[in-house]
Write a protein that binds this ligand. Structure first.
Ligand code: FES
Ligand SMILES: [Fe+2]
Length: 364
């Protein structure tokens, strides 16, 4: 089959099933793109830190005495013991192996008996930092030291999100829902990135939140921006003050290639997706829900439960069936349904997404 001619086709099954490709992605894709690390509220005070993992690498974020949030590889520069575990607050970072001590800025402060070493210069030793950005309270890192800033990867998103969620910088996580899907992360991300399947598979979402006939998804740099008009807002399952601000009645979503998405429900309700690939055929989707100062809210908790029971549950069955199908010897990748006008019954967004996937894996 000549893949160069005719309409773009779905990616070949091996992209979703081959462990070698999964390893390539860890090395070439996850280590060169902006990855969600955690929320700024996890490092509120100087000395607060938390450990996280990206592409098999242990890292941590820490707030310095100068109030800067920094991210470092979690490894001592003496003989490679991991420096910190979990989360906490520390005045200095002390390695558990031989007690080398680092400032919160990453500079080596002291090590037992190092003064006895001729020529030992502690100023030459520093933890290895990685670029980190505070994106409206969400911390992202990039393991590529030369990474372009997030605003060039995702043009306009910061301003749009601030308009859709005016309170965004005062939000704190209220609830996290963890969803295990037995599929490749790309199957799940593709499913998120088209609404061609929505009317058939998401009655609550299609009937209660959005107007599917107005749904569209457009690339914006390496962001896929979802927009739609909303259903009659009196049919929403929670109260909305439409007068509160310009976007109080709107739905939108910003998928940040490759593993994160901000989603806003009417009422300026922010929720997030973070795909965490575990193996070639397993991904964990973390759904985050937020309120101002993390104050408890029955509405938000109910929404999280409703979302888990409907859209999320419906999608799990779809993506796991696709993963099984990708293992079938009878599958030949079909043409994407691309309507030049875009719209909900079109998979033009998948063509964009798959272009990014091919470029990351094949260097195309
Ligand atoms: S490995 Fe950290 S002090 Fe020796
Ligand atoms: Fe879906």
């Amino acid at each position: 089959m000549n893949l160069q001619s005719g309409p773009p086709r779905a990616l070949e099954a091996r992209y979703y099933t081959d462990p070698e490709i999964f390893r390539t992605e860890q090395r070439d894709l996850l280590a060169t793109t902006w990855q969600f690390a955690g929320h700024a509220s996890q490092v509120e005070k100087p000395g607060d830190y938390f450990v996280f993992e990206i592409a098999g690498q242990s890292l941590f974020c820490v707030r310095g005495r100068d109030n800067e949030v920094r991210a470092f590889y979690n490894v001592c520069q003496h003989r490679a013991h991991e420096l910190v575990q979990g989360s906490g607050n520390a005045r200095l970072l002390v390695c558990p192996y031989h007690a080398w001590t680092y400032e919160l800025s990453g500079a080596l402060r002291a090590g037992p008996n190092t003064a006895a070493v001729p020529g030992f210069d502690r100023n030459e030793i520093c933890l290895t930092a990685v670029p980190v950005e505070d994106f409206l309270g969400f911390l992202f890192v990039n393991l590529d030291p030369e990474a372009q800033p997030m605003d060039s990867w995702f043009p306009g998103v910061r301003a749009e999100l601030s308009a859709y969620v005016p309170q965004i910088e005062r939000l704190k996580p209220l609830e996290w829902v963890e969803i295990q899907e037995r599929c490749n992360w790309k199957v799940s991300v593709e499913n998120y990135s088209e609404c061609y399947h929505c009317q058939l598979n998401h009655p609550t979402f299609s009937g209660g939140v959005v107007k599917p006939e107005t749904y569209d998804i457009r690339p914006q740099g390496h962001c896929l921006r979802h927009t739609t008009q909303c259903q009659n807002l009196e049919r929403m399952t929670y109260a909305i003050d439409l007068e509160a601000n310009e976007h109080a009645g709107d739905y939108s979503s910003w998928f940040l290639w490759p593993l994160f998405s901000f989603q806003v429900y009417p009422g300026n309700v922010l929720n997030t997706y973070h795909w965490r690939p575990g193996a070639v055929d397993a991904v964990t989707v973390w759904r985050g829900w937020y309120t101002v100062d993390g104050v408890d809210s029955d509405d938000i908790r109910r929404l999280a439960v409703q979302d888990r029971a409907t859209t999320v549950e419906e999608d799990i069955h779809l993506v796991e069936s696709v993963q099984r199908g990708l293992g079938s010897r009878g599958y030949n990748p079909g043409p994407l349904v691309i309507d030049p006008r875009g719209g909900v019954k079109s998979e033009h967004s998948l063509a964009t997404l798959q272009g990014w996937m091919r470029a990351a894996i094949d260097g195309a």
